[in-house]
Write a new protein. Sequence first.
Length: 69
Amino acid sequence: MTQPYSPPPGLCAACENVKIIDTRKGSRFYLCQLAEVDPRFPRYPRIPVLRCHGFREAEVPVAAELQAD
């Protein structure tokens, strides 16, 4: 299934704390796993994320892993 256009996620695309959720209807959500342990972080941040105190650059960006599939 082809993903509909969605705005670039900003920092979330390269963060080690993100989990990408794709729905059957074709929507994509970026789940911040820091929200599970720290209430300062929204569970699903507004995209694009341009600044984040919890940002940690992933060795392999999650967005790159998705494109390889």
